[in-house]
Design a protein around this ligand. Structure first.
Ligand SMILES: [Ca+2]
Ligand SMILES: [Ca+2]
Ligand SMILES: [Ca+2]
Length: 332
């Protein structure tokens, strides 16, 4: 396993807060606070309602096995599934056409659902990290949750509020693939200040959520307006979350990417998806997994992925594909 930082940042770089202290709070001054003042989109705990047609059902009403069944497509038999994290951090969603994955499973370092104002237990989050539109640049579920040791080792940071879905599956062929999108509230200024949250998909212990034609892990540090920009979808204007044209709370997100791995046919493989905050528990990062997109077949697999309006991909999975009126270039 790669144990070096995917971000290439110096270990001695000054930090904004005591990383060992769970409740270290980021001073949301500077760019983000200015943005809130400028837009009036102040972080009042007003329950944001989802845009029409968008729905999410969290693990308050589902089991981890339901999530695995949603992701599993052709050539995959699910043996078991477990989840680690708060039950509001994972669930099933639909109607998210603008993200490139309209239906599937989401994991987040915050909450997928709005807080119930009647519940005392909901005081650490207010609004969904996923459902549109983009109302704030700083949507946060600070859940006091543990991090992931595997992500700690992988990215060289202490992590918090980890959401980890682990699935034991039996693939029919020697290839396995899974379609995903990674998005974050850390986009909009904080990722450049070393607040890149941690995310990985592993197949039998090997990370596969890498930038195409590279070994770099997908994160805010490796996919953004300046780096691998062809894989990056921005959903805000400076100081203005409402200027985003994509109907999701995510400040920015990747195009639809694919994890691919070689596996042994008819033997149990372990697929693990994990996302966690780094340095503090604030500003949510979220990963979307396409419905029926965990697939296996013989030889080269480009995955089933979410159903597209138009699909001009070639046999290698290269090409242009359109979802919900938006087009994406996919690279394999
Ligand atoms: Ca946002
Ligand atoms: Ca969090
Ligand atoms: Ca974060």
């Amino acid at each position: 396993m790669n144990t070096t930082s995917a971000h290439g940042r110096p270990a001695a770089e000054p930090r904004r807060g005591p990383r060992h202290h769970r409740r270290a709070t980021r001073a949301l001054g500077a760019a983000c606070a200015a943005a809130l003042v400028a837009t009036g989109a102040v972080a009042v705990a007003a329950p944001a309602s989802a845009s029409p047609g968008q729905n999410v059902t969290s693990l308050r009403d589902l089991e981890a096995e339901d999530l695995a069944a949603t992701i599993a497509g052709r050539g995959i038999t699910v043996r078991s599934a477990t989840f680690s994290g708060n039950d509001v951090q994972a669930g099933r969603f639909s109607g998210m056409h603008d993200t490139g994955i309209a239906r599937g499973v989401a994991l987040t370092t915050g909450s997928l659902i709005d807080a119930d104002p009647q519940s005392d237990a909901d005081t650490d989050f207010s609004a969904s990290a996923l459902l549109g539109p983009n109302e704030k640049l700083t949507t946060t579920g600070d859940l006091g949750g543990r991090g992931s040791r595997a992500l700690d080792r992988l990215v060289g940071e202490t992590t918090y509020d980890a959401a980890v879905l682990t699935m034991r599956v039996v693939p029919s062929g020697n290839r396995l693939s899974l379609s995903y999108v990674f998005g974050s509230e850390e986009y909009a200024g904080w990722s450049e200040q070393d607040f890149a949250d941690a995310f990985a998909i592993w197949v039998n212990g090997s990370p596969c959520s890498t930038v195409p034609r590279s070994r770099d892990l997908v994160s805010t540090a490796t996919v953004n307006a300046a780096t691998n920009a062809e894989l990056y979808v921005e959903n805000f204007a400076p100081n203005d979350p409402g200027a985003g044209t994509h109907d999701t709370e995510l400040n920015a997100f990747t195009t639809v990417l694919t994890c691919e791995a070689r596996v042994t046919p008819r033997r149990v493989s372990t697929v693990r998806v994990a996302v966690a905050d780094t340095r503090d528990g604030q500003l949510d990062s979220t990963v979307l997994l396409g419905r029926d997109s965990l697939v296996s077949n013989k030889g080269k697999s480009k995955g089933k992925g979410p159903k597209a309006d138009r699909d001009h991909r070639d046999h290698r999975g290269h090409g242009k594909v359109s979802y919900g009126g938006h087009s994406w270039w996919l690279y394999r």
